[in-house]
Ligand binder design. Sequence first.
Ligand code: FAD
Length: 394
Amino acid sequence: MKRVAILGGGPAGAFTAERLARQGLNVVLMDEKLAWEKPCGGGLTYKAYSQYPFLIENPTPKRLVTETVLAAPDAGEVTLRLTDPLLIYSRLDLNRMLLNRAANAGAQIERTRVTGMERRGSGWQLRTPTGTVDADFCVVATGARNALRDVGTQLQPTDAMSALGYYIPGDQARIDIQFLPGLEGYIWVFPRCGHLSAGICGKREPATLLRRRLERYLDEHGIAWKGSTFYSHLLPSLDVKSWKRNRVAGDGWMAVGDAAGLVDPVTGEGLYYAIRSADLAAQTLLADSSPAEHAASYRKLLRRDFAADLEFGSRLAKRVFLGSFLLGSVPARMVQFTRRSPRFACIMQDLFAGRQPYLGLKRRLMQNLNGSLYDIAMSFGFSRIVPRAGNVST
Ligand SMILES: Cc1cc2nc3c(=O)[nH]c(=O)nc-3n(C[C@H](O)[C@H](O)[C@H](O)COP(=O)(O)OP(=O)(O)OC[C@H]3O[C@@H](n4cnc5c(N)ncnc54)[C@H](O)[C@@H]3O)c2cc1C
């Protein structure tokens, strides 16, 4: 491998560039904006910073938040004190830090837009507004709005959520998560250094309606959003069937992060998967295998590592937001169970930390159901009339 071109310098592209350059490969990274405030909450889970400690061990400004308030219609709210805090960055700061790391590792960083790519023998010729760049291999890291036609995920309307919000001057100690009636999505308010990132994501609902829902929520909660900077973007959220045909790699290229649709279809978490897929793409390129095997090896690594779990998550997404359980909505039950059952609250802790995969979640919930219901009964003061689950004698 002589020269690798990385198209896009968000977290996925920057981390691929760092990994490859550190191992001595000739790497050129091209991004039309370089470090910028990409529309995002900026939240990184424990799963991300425990696996990649440099994400937390650095002098870049960031917030560590332990208090999360979950709220749902007809259920009020519950406070969950996270045993493993959420780490929150401004994306300008996070992207800058990752690009600096890539440059320090030896990657050549160029501010330019890639407007096209053509196969030339076993390599590529990339077009930019000012000329051409030759490369032997391409890593496509152009995000959810990838305009390069023949590489990366082809997002259908049902494979994405609209996500929009405001950067609002202000501060609060906690994270707010609000579920809304009939919405396959949620509102979040994340405290960052110096401002709040308040946003909403939702599937199958026009952006104008989502924006109205968010503004109503902010008004009702006394958060002064008028005059704040508005943002909107696309959030990949692949449908069940789309995982099978997902175009993540081909002859001479691999896609990473949002350009490969690698986002949690329930929570919208994409930063971890951007970093992780970058790592797996770099491992594939650095492995002692022939270029012809790269695409298949990368697909296999992704599937084994997390893509099978995300695919399973896409089966659950609709039920999590719109389903019902014990005659109430799933979000309302989630809030009520978290409030009343320490066992259920533990599962929520693990979900927030990224420690509980979707594969295995149903089994864990069922195994804990008796205990959770027992906790709930006890919390209502039924201790004398409800026998301990599992100790019932017949
Ligand atoms: C509103 C919103 C909130 C979110 N909140 C969270 C959150 O709190 N936590 C979380 O984990 N995830 C969150 N996500 C998801 C997260 O933002 C993405 O998963 C993450 O940014 C993906 O990183 P990436 O590097 O793949 O793509 P991006 O960050 O989108 O980077 C792509 C880069 O490619 C560049 N580019 C694009 N096309 C070209 C081209 N043709 N030539 C050159 N450069 C190009 C762009 O300038 C950009 O810098 C959120 C997403 C949205 C929309």
